[in-house]
Design a protein around this ligand. Structure first.
Ligand code: NAD
Length: 358
């Protein structure tokens, strides 16, 4: 098969880590008889420098001619908050997610066996294993609700942010979670604050209705404050965790930290029609850009998610994940995950080692 992939290399370490993911994808293509063709898409601070806008006209349309999008990272101090919105890289990221209709954000948090020591939790907790998938609603809730700022007579300025959710929005993200659980350990935990919020009560009632349609999936409700605790007490209890936008923003960062380095974690954002967007959870790391120090594994594992969720190539996805585990098991480390004083390899060498294992 031939697959067309849009590459948004972006800023900072973005181009370096995308190069290594492409190296690995090409190795997968050779082994499994696929051909991957790439379309370079200019977006982020580099686009501001080149054409004056971080999200050049036609960016989404170009991505839509492809089967999936792989993004390195965008942003950097050069294009900070003092710049007009159309020059800021973050504007481009939000616009792309919206224009591609990407309402579900999938973030696996899995402790890789060779790196169990990187887990900040107690050894006996880590030994029970961590392999969960956070499914975060990405286009609704308080981040997209109406905002207000006004003067009051006696309390100074007052502001409001409205959290709104419709049954339609909850149902489509809920279905994603149940379908994903069927591909995994068949457990869904739905996180809300139904003891306080009306949106959460609607969320919970829709989830309960869906749970009846998926009787083979074990379902539970978890209050968001309890979920934050359970993630550090015993993360092994979770398989698929589904939640609204802001809760998901916070909990997915917590889940990332318990698995060790930011340089290892991939993510996917998907909607109802192609293309999905695949990207590492880290940013452009300007402090180490251009020094061959960045860990390319998060981006390489994002390419594995692309195989699984956009192209339905489970064996190819597993080949990438197994290659990463094999290279780590042999002791190879980039500086971010190396023991202090230990010998580390660079971005390029790590990519070469993983591609060779494929
Ligand atoms: P960051 O993730 O870029 O870096 C945080 C720390 O982690 C830094 O010390 C960095 O060196 C390290 N790090 C990150 N990725 C690494 C990797 N692959 N290998 C080794 N070390 C790695 O976060 P930040 O410093 O807060 O943000 C830097 C820029 O990235 C900002 O402009 C921010 O807006 C942007 N950003 C972009 C995205 C995105 O494109 N999706 C996400 C987050 C931040």
């Amino acid at each position: 098969m031939n697959y067309k992939i849009a590459l948004i290399r972006g800023d900072g370490i973005g181009p370096e880590v995308v190069n290594e993911a492409v190296r690995v994808l090409d190795a997968v293509g050779r082994k499994f008889g696929h051909s991957f063709t790439y379309v370079d898409v200019l977006m982020g601070g580099c686009a501001t420098d080149a054409v004056g806008k971080s999200y050049p006209d036609g960016t989404a349309e170009l991505c839509k001619t492809c089967d999936a999008v792989l993004l390195g990272a965008v942003g950097g101090p050069k294009w900070g908050s003092d710049k007009p919105a159309e020059q800021r890289p973050e504007t481009a990221l939000l616009a792309l997610r919206k224009d591609l209709g990407l309402y579900a954000n999938l973030r696996p948090a899995a402790l890789r066996p060779a790196l169990a020591d990187a887990c900040p939790l107690k050894r006996e907790t880590a030994e029970r294993g961590i392999d969960l998938m956070m499914v975060r609603e990405l286009t609704g809730g308080i981040y997209f609700g109406k905002r207000g700022r006004y003067e009051t007579e006696d309390r100074g300025v007052e502001c409001t942010d409205l959290m709104a959710y419709s049954e339609m929005e909850i149902e489509r993200i809920g279905r994603r979670a149940f379908e994903l659980a069927r591909l995994r350990r068949k457990k869904v935990a739905s996180v809300d604050k139904a003891n306080v919020l009306e949106t959460s009560r609607l969320w919970r009632s829709v989830m309960h209705r869906l749970a009846q349609e998926y009787p083979d999936v074990e379902y539970s409700d978890v209050l968001v404050d309890n979920c934050a605790m359970q993630l550090v007490r015993d993360p092994s209890q979770f398989d698929v965790v589904v939640t609204e936008n802001m809760f998901g923003d916070i909990l997915s960062d917590e889940a990332s930290m318990i698995t060790g380095s930011i340089g290892l974690l991939p993510s996917a954002s998907i909607g109802d029609s192609a293309p999905g967007l695949y990207e590492p959870i880290h940013g452009s790391a300007p402090d180490i850009a251009g020094q061959d120090k960045a860990n390319p594994i998060a981006t390489i594992l994002s390419a594995a998610m692309m195989m699984r969720y956009s192209f339905h190539l489970a064996d190819e996805a597993a080949a990438i994940e197994n290659a990463v585990d094999a290279v780590l098991a042999e002791g190879w480390r980039t500086p971010d995950i190396a023991e202090p004083g230990a010998q580390a390899v660079g971005t390029q060498k790590m990519g070469e080692l993983i591609a060779a294992k494929i």
